[in-house]
Every structure is written in structure tokens, then in C-alpha cells.
Design a protein around this ligand. Structure first.
Ligand code: SF4
Length: 206
């Protein structure tokens, strides 16, 4: 059975909550202190998410399966999917042609790492962009997310403002339970930007 095989080898695609999740890279822009991989575990539920080789577009399409079986197809693993923006967009294009609803879970730092505004490239390919805000201010964000780029927090906020002009839905999330994170203040930031806020729970994927 595919699920049993996936649990023993690098998992490119996995199923949770009726959604299909695509794990396209293990590389991150952040080094979040709360991330399981920095605690020595690459496992999410029964799935081993460490990728020893990055999958090709063909690999990802083959692993995705039949998109019509799932509520959403979500780019989300233990790596930042926009690090592989070209691959992400090519797979998203295929998914949309298959009638899938496509979500990208991201750190919101794509413009920073690609050094340009990439948000127009999501238009017509991605239905929902879910951005991990993670904290209500820069110092709390830096403490938990440990970015290499000094402007990361503000770049993330700007990304949220820009991307809402190109996709139907933008969601900002923060994890309730991280020390010092003010969830009400996070919600206020999302409201100010004009996007949806979602409170997440520590160690719950989705
Ligand atoms: S962005 Fe996600 S995968 Fe990357 S270090 Fe942070 S929690 Fe882990």
C-alpha cells in the first residue's frame, strides 16, 4: 500500500484531513526553533518528510495522484516551497487544469529570496496563499523563526499585502502556545492588511 511505502522513504505527497500535501523541498529560508526538523525529527504524523533528492515536476505530478479525490492540494512539507518557485508554479498549473483547488503554505519570504516581486506569478495558478506570520512583532518573530535575512519580518508583511492582489484568498497564521506570541495582536495585523487570520496549534500540520 502506498502509505506504508511512503512512511519508510522520502515522502513527496501525503494525505491529511482530506487534503493532499506536496513536499517539494527540504530547504528553508527560516530556521524556526519550534520546527521538528531542528529537534532532530523529520516526521509529521507517520510520514518521513526529509527529502534526500528534490523531486522533479514529473515526480511530483506522479506522486500527487488524482487531484479530484482531495478537497485541496497543498504545497507544504518541512521546507519552504517557494524556494522552488518554478517547479511549484509548473505543478500548480497542471493541478489547476485538473480542476484542483491549490494552496501554498509559505513563510512569505519569496520576494526577499528571489529579489523581485513574484506575487503576480501566482495569478490563475494558486487559489489560497497561507502565510506563517508566526509573531506579532519583529523581535518575537526573530526569536522563534531565526531568519538569516534581517528584514524578514517586514518582507513577510509586505508579501501578504502584495499577494492579495493576485490570488482569491490570503490567510495569515500564527501558532497559539509559542512563548511571547500575542495572538490577538497577530489577528489585528491580518485585519489591517485585509486578509483572513487563522490561529494554529503547535505541532499540528495543515
Ligand atoms: S519554515 Fe517551516 S519547515 Fe522551515 S524551519 Fe520553519 S517551521 Fe520548519
Amino acid at each position: 500500500m502506498a502509505g506504508q511505502i511512503e512512511s519508510r522513504v522520502s515522502t513527496i505527497a501525503y494525505t491529511l484531513h482530506g487534503n493532499r500535501y506536496l513536499n517539494i523541498t527540504s530547504r528553508c529560508t527560516l530556521r524556526c526553533a519550534f520546527c521538528p526538523k531542528f529537534k532532530g525529527s523529520w516526521e509529521v504524523r507517520q510520514y518521513e518528510l526529509r527529502l534526500h533528492d528534490e523531486p522533479s515536476v514529473a515526480d511530483i505530478v506522479a506522486a500527487a495522484g488524482d487531484p479530484s479525490r482531495y478537497s485541496e492540494i497543498v504545497f507544504c512539507g518541512l521546507g519552504e516551497p517557494t524556494r522552488r518557485l518554478d517547479v511549484l508554479l509548473e505543478v500548480a498549473g497542471w493541478l489547476r487544469k485538473e480542476g484542483a483547488s491549490v494552496r501554498v503554505n509559505t513563510d512569505g519570504l519569496a520576494n526577499l529570496i528571489h529579489d523581485r516581486d513574484v506575487t503576480p506569478e501566482f495569478a490563475g495558478l494558486v487559489d489560497t496563499v497561507s502565510v506563517s506570520m508566526n509573531a506579532h512583532d519583529e523581535s518575537t518573530y526573530n526569536r522563534h523563526c531565526r531568519p538569516r535575512h534581517p528584514q524578514a519580518f517586514f518582507a513577510m508583511l509586505e508579501f501578504c499585502q502584495l499577494v492579495q492582489g493576485h490570488v482569491p484568498e490570503v490567510v495569515m497564521t500564527a501558532i497559539d502556545g509559542l512563548p511571547g506570541v500575542d495572538i490577538t495582536a497577530c489577528r489585528d495585523i491580518a485585519d489591517e492588511i485585509g486578509v483572513t487570520f487563522r490561529r494554529r496549534l503547535l505541532d499540528v500540520v495543515g
